[in-house]
Ligand binder design. Sequence first.
Ligand code: HEM
Length: 333
Amino acid sequence: MVETVNNATSQVMAKWEAFVKESGDMERELDVQVEFMCLNVDVVARTTLGLENNDFQNILKHINCTDLRKILWCRPIPFGINVERWKVRKQLNDLVRKQVRERRKKTTEGNNVDFIGKLLDNPDVREDVIVAELKTLYATGFISLAPLLSFTMLMLALHPSWQEKARQEVDHVLDGGFVSPKDVSKLTTIEMILRETLRLYPTMPLITRLCIKDTMVGDVSIPKGLGVSVNVVALHHDPDLWGDDVNEFNPSRFKNGTATAAKHPMAFMPFAYGVRTCIGRAFSEVQCKVIIANIFQRFEVKLSPNYRHHPVITGPLIPKHGMPVILKPRRNF
Ligand code: HEM
């Protein structure tokens, strides 16, 4: 998996370097939010289907994160903007279906060791079900991972000393090479940076549950049948749990892991807890580390004057106006 993420990210890094070079300047502005959406979709296509998927990226470039959710999961009444969304939705469905058929042709029965392969092997699983599963995996890439990576760029652009620490770690651990599976656990500064970013900007900010029996939480009575939401943003910004520097970007608070970062071991819950906890947690932690390491191995990052700070909850927490940053390649062309 690490190799796959490296390959996909390297292509994007080469594209970013060419993009800067093309301008004739030493640095150039780029909205990385869209780039991360496309990169994450590419990683899912490679890891689940063994396919590279530039077609998907062409569709994604024209729509934003908020729209994409509406396109994937709503069944809009066909008028006005819904007609456009319906068309994009059909394009996406057709593309995922085409990918599933392509993958079916590439593999022989019994030879499918990955998740989608197992589904393809099972004659009882309809194609529609496989397409739906894949769409869920694709969606997590642009709904939760792309905003996390974007907010991480924001934090490191605003805190150059942490950017420098990340860069020193990358240079030390990778020594100019690719990230290998054994390197991932050594990228501890990047891990702390990602966790602190997820604390300040939890990309899944509301966790909803249905109360199944009458319950008391402290002195609050929650009757059976009531829907309850855990407000993760509020939890992650509670000074009683995190201390007076709760609003500061301080990755060091995670130096001994997540359980001791706050006064309560469950104060940090970007991936939820319990039986419905995020199944993609380990995957996304590795993926983000590899991507951030690749970026800071090659670039210095500054915030663009065109950035408008407007985090908004649209289901996920996203930077509403994208994440324009200024990229400066570290090596000479
Ligand atoms: C920064 C990245 C991510 C964050 C913050 C995140 C967060 C979450 C949260 C909070 C939940 C629980 C939702 C609830 O119970 O209401 C969840 C569930 C889930 N996540 Fe993630 N997620 C991330 C990445 C991923 C990735 C990369 C995948 C897939 C590869 C994934 C797959 C899932 C699935 C399938 C569920 C539903 C599990 C169930 O209901 O049993 N997530 N995620």
